[in-house]
Design a protein around this ligand. Sequence first.
Ligand SMILES: [Zn+2]
Length: 730
Amino acid sequence: MHEEGASRREALQLGAGGLMAAMALDSTRAFALTGDMAGLEWSNNAMRWVQVAFTEDDPPNYDPQFWFDLFRKTHADAVCLSAGGCICFYPSKLPLQKRAKYLGDHDMFGEMVKGAREQKMSVIARVDPHAMSNEAFAAHPEWAACTVDGKPRRHWAAKDMWVTCQNGGFMFDFMPQVLKEIADTYQPEGFFGNRWAGSGMCYCNTCRMLFRTATGMDLPTSDDPQDPQRHAYIAWNAEMRWRQFKLWDDTVKASKADCFFSPNGGMNDPNKVTIPIVAVDRQGRHGTTPVWMMGKFAKITRAYMHNLPVAGIFNVGVEDDNRWKDSVQRGPELAAWMHGGIAQGFRPWVCKFNARVFDPRWVAPVTDIYEWHFRNDRYMRNTENLARVAMINSTQTGIYTAGGAPLTAGDNIPTAQRVTDSQNGYYQALVEARIPFEMADDRQLEGRYIDRYRVLVLPDIAALSDSQCALIRDYVQKGGRIVATGETSLYDETGKKRRNFGLVDLFGCDYVKTENGIKNSYLTPRHPHDLTKGLEDAPRIIAATQQITVKPHADTRQPLTLVPAYPDLPMERVYPDVLETDIPMVFCNEVGKGRVVYFPMDLDRTFWEVLAEDHLVLLKNAVLWAAAEPQPMTVTGPGLIDVAYWRQKNSLTAHLVNMTNPMMMKGPYRQVMPLDGPFTVTLTVPHGVDTKKVTLLDSGKAARWHRKGQTLTIEVPSIRLHEVVAVDLS
Ligand SMILES: [Zn+2]
């Protein structure tokens, strides 16, 4: 199964690359191909998506023409429409699939499919299986999810419904019938599954029995990932989700060969499965979410989708824990969130809950985003990202270490806060440094995935298997470079602590101990060294809050040393015992043909907490020293700008997203605040291409530029929200 999946994946990836290269650059809409390429052409061509999530009172009240007009205005190529699962919007013949309350014999789903087809749009059917009706529960009480004391769970919000068990008959017998009925009747291009993987732990008899048969154990009640039952459950749950996915995908393919099932958020093992498009449900900002977060989700998803299309689902409403699902966001926030995603490779996928539109304030801003995207369509069809730096996204570190919550399949975001904070800290630093970078997936560290990068950043990637460490070691020996922080490689892939770092030979020091919560400790920058460039006037800077005691292998002088913590109270005691030490707090090593920077502290996580500019300097310099080559894209000029550098079939694009805004770290934007330059952008042009014309896509102006050797220098007078330097190649 695994082997077959892997080889099929590679075949499809090649297919996708071939198609991307051969594809006409206008937005030709096409439907399915046959054979091995099935499903890919249309999904590659589906650049803009609209999703309408129906509600039960929509059928008699909504205006289908509004939506057909919107599809036209937004140049949408594909649509995702609610079909069935919990509640269906077509006249299902399955007695236990509850029809929407006001559906009657009306076929709302069919009506919308027909209108979309008339506009040559592709259609994805949305199913949501997380709940079932009283009638279904009466017929099959064993389909319900149960609490730890074995009681069936009523739905937490809809009191006349029941939460379904992810491993029982609802998912494994009933849903395949639903999928077959929809696929047979409407022949959609694919299916999108919302809340398809259950709603947390289930303790029903089916789950107890299946888990006992598979592992000989009872279901865990502890959340501790190192508890043996929980440990076994994490792996078992992933396996069950794989089986469920395979059953559903096979079911829809039996009705239509090139159909597919796409789980919300992707699938939990990219080495097993290829989906023609993954849509990522990150609908908006809440709390202190920085505006670059949508771009981060795009990078995380592309890390395993590679050149296959990925779409960013954004909601027209306020996305908040209070769940005002019927609300409307204002234009500047919608634009900032979505353009941040588009710059990093997302295709826009707007989601509207409720087919009725009683607050139309979202329509104009969403149409603006889509018209912009359509106008620049041929520059949005990326074939390659040209970044030379990638940050490893650890899917396993958060699962098994640092108190991480157990895996919920499809959730590829690390769940442990420490891991996430370290990642966000380094992410923020690289955005501020304007270093173009990608994410790499820890499940795909083989040379064919990572050799294109000059530098890999490992922000506290605690859990790494022996074989992952071997791949990274090999990467460095051949000339790759890494920057690692904190407890990177101190645990194996299941979170078992090692006696020493897995990457001990690269770091150049042995692990002794970790201390957290360190207060009032400092670092002494030593000169001259590229790592401390920019800190020449600083006799010392603040240290991190986690410090790792290590034993260096050699006496080499390092550019950063420790001033140990001393009392922070009473004030009379606030003085250091020693002014300086020789204790290294960074290791800058040349290993094989490569370079290694290791910080024995959580500099990135502390940066996320404090945002000290001195730390920014170190985090940035570490990557630049490791790279020891010019970055392929640089930008000078004021402000905070997220960058990306892409290639398309006949062009290059450099994206500049203006994130300079008082609402950058906590939305919503009140207004877009244009940045006045001039900005000077330099691009390293790939060998063998001639540059014909340079255009600024947002302002619509031709740009002043000159080329010297492989370096193209462009002047950008100002950036509104999202400027794109588009270079046509001849
Ligand atoms: Zn169950």
